[in-house]
Design a protein around this ligand. Structure first.
Ligand code: HEM
Length: 206
């Protein structure tokens, strides 16, 4: 074999290896640097830190058209425009949100995109807020948590149900945080959310 074909063959092998590497890597999402940056999310127009750019791009390709930080910033800006409440159905280990907006129906679509994106990130093995214990628990238990998001007329319905008691506690804990997001917006994201429950001892969250 002459040197030129060998070089071409090597380049092809390297390209295929790179492609495979990026296909099989689990998606880990941590899109910011802590409280000053809005707790794990890009603040305003700021992009993600350089070192995590690759993760961010991979996750964006797999989970929706918009970067998660973009959707979340829009939600922070408009947090008080939503009318949101939830009901808990302990027998079914289920929690159901019903959410409306008075003006600007586009916001509900944006919220739906956010939830579907977060669901996708969790299902891909990612964690959108890895420094926060409540989100650590959500990431760890995500395979026992199911989420369905759909419109019922002009109401956005989010159904979440759990396969076990710990996952149900995680769902209820997360709903409290989301309640805080609706009420306080970015201010809620400045908090660290502790999580623990006797049902979750075996998963490392006693
Ligand atoms: C730090 C910012 C945020 C992060 C990291 C985040 C992350 C998440 C995650 C991981 C889920 C769970 C998806 C699933 O269970 O499949 C979720 C759901 C949801 N998020 Fe966000 N979110 C953020 C901000 C917001 C804001 C600002 C709002 C609204 C103003 C919001 C509203 C919701 C709603 C309504 C749900 C579905 C209900 C629920 O899971 O309890 N989120 N979010």
């Amino acid at each position: 074999m002459r040197p030129v074909p060998i070089v071409i063959a090597l380049v092809i092998v390297a390209a295929v290896a790179l492609l495979l590497y990026y296909q099989v890597q689990p998606v880990k999402v941590e899109t910011g640097e802590g409280p000053e940056e809005g707790h794990g999310l890009p603040a305003g127009e700021h992009g993600p830190p350089e070192g995590r750019h690759g993760h961010m791009e991979r996750m964006m390709n797999m989970c929706g058209e918009n970067p998660p930080g973009h959707l979340i910033n829009e939600l922070f800006e408009n947090h008080d425009k939503f009318e949101a409440s939830y009901q808990v159905f302990p027998e079914e280990r289920k929690l159901v949100w019903r959410i409306k907006v008075n003006q600007n129906p586009e916001l509900l679509k944006l919220l739906k995109d956010h939830i579907e994106q977060m669901k996708c990130i969790l299902e891909s093995g990612g964690n959108p807020r890895a420094h926060d214990p409540a989100f650590q628990a959500e990431a760890k238990l995500s395979k026992y948590i199911h989420t369905k998001v759909y419109f019922q007329g002009d109401v956005l319905v989010v159904e979440k149900w759990a396969d076990n008691d710990c996952a149900f506690d995680v769902i209820k804990g997360h709903a409290q945080i989301v309640k805080g997001f609706f009420e306080k917006g970015r201010e809620e994201a400045m908090k660290t959310h502790e999580f623990g429950s006797p049902n979750c001892a075996e998963y490392g969250f006693p």
